[in-house]
Design a protein around this ligand. Structure first.
Ligand code: ZN
Length: 253
């Protein structure tokens, strides 16, 4: 049998005793933090990405059984869906900003629906995106019933530090990793998106923002960070001052 080629690429930033890996697909990204053999997973792609997440862990020399915990940037299906699938096979807790817990449990849903997407669907790039994400499970409404707020202290492999970035969803969180040299920004600050006409640091389309004004305030708050690499939720890794990237995003989008 011919094994399908991996549909992701992995880049890394080393920091002391741990390494942060950005795993990029053409529609969404996730992050692996590896310290010794222990792994923290940040986000998990779409429901259809669970096997790719496992394969990405194997490619960095780990095993899915090494996942000590997962962190969620926010509970949209393209970040949470893969975690739902993975937890049918592996045991680990999923932590997030306290405000995001009810969203992840699907007590309510703050996600773009047909009413937000249909007005854009005349654009070929939007149709192409829909044709890619539909088989990956974009319509899944499954949540994580036992989603948990961050424990105090947050003592996880790779020492991730949450940075509140509310707005894209009410409890969206970014994370500083690799000794605070890398910002894992989720959808608060992206560097591209299949439906976006621009490349480079930008705010995600207003169609996907729950509270656009708050989301822009969150990007403004990134302009005070010292991080030098951006691992975004969508688009390629961006090397260079994250503060400058945030300023640029506010100018171009
Ligand atoms: Zn999102």
């Amino acid at each position: 049998m011919i094994k399908p080629k991996s549909s992701f690429r992995i880049t890394r930033v080393d920091a002391g005793s741990s390494t942060a890996f950005l795993v990029s697909t053409d529609v969404v990204n996730w992050v692996l933090l590896q310290e010794g053999s222990d792994i923290t997973l940040i986000d998990g792609g779409y429901p259809g990405h669970a096997s790719a997440v496992v394969e990405s862990i194997r490619q960095i020399g780990g095993r899915p059984e090494d996942i000590r915990a997962a962190l969620l940037t926010h509970a949209h299906v393209d970040h949470l869906g893969g975690l739902v699938s993975l937890r049918e096979r592996y045991e680990f807790d999923v932590y997030m900003d306290p405000v995001e817990v009810s969203h992840a449990r699907r007590d309510h849903l703050q996600q773009a629906g047909p009413a937000d997407i249909v007005p854009l669907a005349y654009q070929p790039r939007v149709l192409r995106w829909l044709s890619k994400v539909t088989p990956l499970g974009v319509l899944s409404r499954k949540g994580i019933a036992d989603a948990k707020p961050f424990p105090e202290p947050l003592d996880l492999p790779g020492r991730p530090v949450p940075v509140a970035a509310h707005g894209h969803t009410d409890g969206h969180s970014a994370y500083l990793v690799a000794d605070s040299s890398v910002l894992v920004s989720g959808d608060a600050l992206v560097s591209g998106h299949p439906i976006s006409k621009i490349s480079g640091p930008q705010c995600i389309s207003p169609a996907f923002q729950h509270d656009e004004e708050a989301a822009r305030d969150a990007v403004e708050s990134f302009t005070t960070l010292d991080a030098t690499t951006l691992f975004p939720g969508h688009g390629p890794r961006h090397d260079g001052s994250v503060a400058d990237a945030a300023s640029r995003a506010l100018e171009v989008s």
